[in-house]
Design a protein around this ligand. Structure first.
Ligand SMILES: [Zn+2]
Length: 438
């Protein structure tokens, strides 16, 4: 496999927003303190638009110590893992999922019937499912009872299997009776909203999630209508930034997207620009999203085996929602991949691997799609310094796939090995260190 060029420049990166960097917790010890050298046919490093041919990647203590070109040095005593014909890429980053939703037809009902103890176990199972599909970092944008934070910090007692790195928001802030109110994050009025942000900061969340508009999975909630007014959103953002926390807003409604952008949010989830009778993405709002480099969380990835017809309110807006996303991309917005996994049967927790087709329809080329699923996604999660790239000093979260993803993005589903923190989760062929076969 030779060097592959595309006409794309470097990845667009979201603004850092002055918010603190997330320090990922690795709940498991590194696999080995010995040097391991991975020698694949090619490497996508997470940000360069071309593959590096015949690299060697040196891993020590769960971290990438060096990346060499062909014929890199092999220190005495190093374990060499030859991966002929395979391409390495950074572990995928899902910027938006819900470990507490079970991807059934009735995730809300299921949640109501599940105790915290059982839910925690199921959430760990969901996280492991993502990991086995190559998603080595997940950002949970809405849990119940801060269970995703608990899992982030402590893993699952008695379980040796690793989890992906978890970035977590805790219960999303919403209005009484509003979208996902059943997760327990309701508040209204400036005092209560600021208190809600402070509670999350004290709990140690990585990001504040606010339901700026209604949503599709909550009865009585309308996605095209705002939930919070501009003043409330400003209070949330002000209090969050005061605590060094970024804010990302669930926003379908065109009005709530405009209000959230004006309030200074760091990310917009969904960004479908819905109005009562259609879709309206004003030029001025798109300009602000671009100039402030607000991360746009594109809701992408459908399991084709489970895909059903979209909800009527989505179906009749589908074409214009697609056009709005394409305009965002063409205007220079930072688009990142988030699956919203967990919310329906078509959204199992490993569904991110089906995201490329949706991103391609917004106009992104292959290298940009991979950026949106790795380095740029990591940056949107506050982990741009540790995750999403295969480079010296980054965590050894690495996938080995069969094929060249820049020629055929379906190759990301031909997964041959997954390493998280240098530890094999899905075994490389012939790798004697394999701890688990798929
Ligand atoms: Zn969501």
């Amino acid at each position: 496999m030779g060097e592959v060029s595309t006409d794309l420049g470097t990845c667009r990166e979201p603004a850092s927003s002055g918010a603190r960097r997330v320090q990922p917790v690795t709940p498991h010890a590194p696999h080995t303190s010995r040097l391991t050298i991975l020698r694949p046919a090619a490497l996508f490093d997470g940000s360069s638009p071309a593959l590096l041919a015949r690299p060697s990647v040196v891993v020590a203590d769960g971290v990438i110590a060096a990346v060499h070109g062909p014929a890199g040095p092999v220190p005495a005593g190093a374990d060499v893992v030859d991966l002929p014909g395979l391409t390495l890429l950074p572990g995928l980053v899902d910027t938006h999922l819900h470990l507490c939703f079970d991807a059934s037809k009735d995730p809300v009902g299921h949640l109501a019937d599940t105790s915290d103890g059982l839910l925690r176990e199921q959430m760990a199972g969901a996280a492991r499912r993502a990991l086995r599909a190559g998603v080595t970092t997940v950002r949970d944008l809405g849990d119940r009872g801060y269970l995703a934070l608990d899992l982030r910090d402590h893993g699952l007692a008695g379980e040796a299997d690793p989890l992906p790195a978890i970035v977590a928001a805790g219960p999303p802030i919403t209005t009484p009776g509003g979208h996902c109110h059943f997760l327990g994050g309701t508040a209204s009025g400036e005092r209560a909203l600021r208190a809600a942000v402070r509670e999350r900061a004290e709990r140690g969340v990585d990001v504040i999630k606010v339901m700026a508009s209604g949503g599709n999975m909550t009865p009585g909630s309308l996605a095209h209508e705002p939930q919070f007014d501009a003043e409330s959103l400003r209070a949330i953002v002000d209090e969050a930034h005061r605590h060094g926390l970024p804010v990302t807003a669930h926003a379908h409604s065109a009005r709530s997207i405009a209000d959230a952008v004006a309030a200074g949010v760091d990310g917009i989830e969904h960004a479908t620009f819905m109005t009562a009778d259609g879709v309206d993405a004003p030029e001025a709002v798109i300009r602000d999203i671009v100039s402030r480099q607000i991360a746009v969380g594109c809701t992408v990835g459908i399991d084709p085996a489970q895909a059903g017809p979209p909800m009527p309110q989505i179906a009749r807006r589908l074409a214009s929602m697609g056009a709005a996303r394409r305009r965002l991309y063409e205007s220079g917005a930072v688009l990142v991949a988030g699956s919203d996994a967990g919310v329906s049967p078509a959204k199992p927790h490993d569904v991110l691997r089906f995201a490329p087709a949706d991103l391609a329809s917004a106009g992104l080329g292959p290298a940009e799609i991979l950026c949106a699923m790795t380095s740029r996604a990591a940056q949107a999660c506050g982990l741009g310094h540790r995750k999403g790239r295969i480079a010296s000093g980054f965590d050894a979260d690495i996938l080995a796939i069969d094929g060249n993803p820049l020629d055929d993005l379906a190759a990301i589903r031909k997964l041959r090995a997954v390493y998280v923190g240098g530890r094999p989760v899905v075994a490389a062929p012939g790798n004697p260190d394999s701890s688990e076969q798929r």
